[in-house]
Design a protein around this ligand. Sequence first.
Ligand SMILES: *Cc1c(COP(=O)(O)O)cnc(C)c1O
Length: 231
Amino acid sequence: MGSIGSRLQEVKGRIARACRAAGRAENSVTLLAVSKTFDAAAVRLAHAAGQRRFGENYVQEALAKIAALVDLRAQVEWHLIGPLQSNKTRPVAEAFDWVHSVDRLKVAERLAEQRPSGLAPLQLCLQVNVSDEASKSGVAVHEAAALAAAVAALPREKVHLRGLMAIPEPAADEEAQRAPHRRLAELLQAINAQQGLALDTLSMGMSADLEAAVLEGATMVRVGTAIFGAR
Ligand SMILES: *Cc1c(COP(=O)(O)O)cnc(C)c1O
């Protein structure tokens, strides 16, 4: 499979081709390297290859990695993309730059209360259940606008609502795969129009479906396996 550096280049090539196919500028999509289950040494290799944004799923695992890579802290962004319970928010408010998985007002309120004053605002996305399965986490599509309005009203110097995130189910072909990504993109536009917001982030697309996501307007793709290997 080659080195982390060469796989990063391959993923950037896929993003660039998808951007060209969509008529979008290549720099309109940010690559988040999902380093969950890989150790600090792997993150260091990706950093050496130029990667600066990393996504983590599990709070305790991430905190250990952030501590092990404290020498890089000023150069990298840490994004929490995994589920977050409201009793686990404090270390997240203190250590991360972004949280993509906000699905309840309580979590956003606690992050706002607990964000240390010396730090830049924590950047937030609402996780939306675009597959509408009862088992999936994320706010329901029909409840997302009200949650966005409430989160956007929290103190801006503490938390800044940036957009929406989704983890669509795998689909049989690219056309079917595009549908849930399109739903998320349309929801972002509707929320901006209805609530008078300027949300600018669509966090969608992973190793298997990043092309479908970019074709539907993803601004941030979260890629693990295609960079670091199988987990
Ligand atoms: C693990 C994970 C990813 C990355 O998935 P890959 O298929 O390994 O690219 C992206 N987003 C979330 C929320 C994840 O949990």
